[in-house]
Design a protein around this ligand. Sequence first.
Ligand code: SF4
Ligand code: SF4
Length: 69
Amino acid sequence: MPVVKYEGENSDILIDEDKCTACGTCVDVCPSDVYEVGDVSKVVDVDECLVCMACVDSCPEEAIKVIEK
Ligand code: SF4
Ligand code: SF4
């Protein structure tokens, strides 16, 4: 699986689906319910991102990049 890019109002979010282990940490820490985790983490509402970087800092696999716009 590739790195998937989600383009939003405040940020672009990139998830490396090869690295993601679906641990759910990004769902737990995101204050804006940006993520949903099934087989891998998916961004379901990129425009709600507050660019707080909690997901980036908490992902144990370093699978998430958030680029502020
Ligand atoms: S925190 Fe990282 S490894 Fe865990 S579900 Fe989210 S993207 Fe995947
Ligand atoms: S940067 Fe903050 S608001 Fe944006 S997706 Fe990550 S945890 Fe959620």
